[in-house]
Design a protein around this ligand. Structure first.
Ligand code: URA
Length: 241
């Protein structure tokens, strides 16, 4: 048997179809074919050369791509490696295959961060002309006036230019929800500071169609194939903006 052959349930799990147990159930239910034949439990395949289909849909050629979402805690830095040896987001997810963060959150920012080895998707999600919506829960100093909310919505003059219009909702007097699609350095913090309300706590709660209220700080999980597809669609659609 070739060394490149790996268990079919593992191939499916890596592609986000669920846990290995769930994938075994899919195989047992006859939903998976390999080169046109219904697969049996325990089947091994070479994902590079075998044509694996689930419910008649090919897995495609991106078999080695992984996509994680991490709920980043405060104090962890968004980089692949830190010369000073501080904990990084990459230390919080599996080491292989090697993944990199998509965009960045400040060390003090918490919340959802994607890590992947899918260069195409990362490029689409971070490219300024594609940028998908990112939603933040923002606790600020002071009570935010209507005019400050309006300013945040209309655009704030920062040292690197005017920000694009944002969706801003006052949840409480010092708690905002802010949705932006740009990805400038420390953008939300600078916007809030400019209108007189420095940020006390910043949490990213949504990236395009992706949110997860169950994921505890420090936890990660693999995206489902539907979620990956949703991000691909969202980042493609936002090029028209
Ligand atoms: N805006 C910020 O100011 N910081 C982040 O980490 C993300 C968005």
């Amino acid at each position: 048997m070739s060394e490149d052959q790996i268990r079919l349930q593992k191939v499916l799990a890596r592609r986000g179809f669920g846990s290995r147990r769930v994938c075994d159930d899919m195989i047992a239910a006859g939903r998976v074919t390999v080169d046109g034949e219904v697969a049996v439990l325990g089947r091994r395949v070479d994902p590079e050369t075998c044509n694996v289909e689930v419910d008649g849909a090919p897995l495609g050629v991106k078999s080695d791509l992984v996509h994680f979402v991490l709920n980043k805690p405060a104090g962890v830095i968004t980089t692949a490696s830190d010369p000073e040896g501080r904990p990084t987001v990459v230390d919080m997810v599996p080491r292989t295959p090697r993944v990199f963060p998509v965009g960045r959150l400040d060390a003090d920012t918490e919340g959802l961060l994607l890590l992947t080895n899918d260069g195409d998707l990362a490029h689409h999600l971070t490219h300024p002309s594609h940028g998908v919506d990112k939603e933040y829960l923002v606790e600020v100093e002071g009570e935010v006036s209507r005019s400050a909310v309006r300013q945040l919505r209309d655009g704030v003059e920062l040292d690197d230019g005017l920000t694009a219009p944002a969706r801003v909702t006052a949840v409480e007097s010092s708690l905002l929800k802010i949705v932006i699609h740009e990805g400038r350095n420390r953008q939300v913090r600078r916007m809030c500071e400019t209108v007189g309300h420095p940020v006390v706590r910043l949490v990213r709660i949504r990236i395009g169609p992706l949110s997860d209220h169950q994921l505890a700080p420090g936890e990660w999980r693999e995206l489902t194939s539907e979620e990956v597809r949703g991000l691909e669609i969202a980042s493609a659609a936002s090029t028209d903006r």
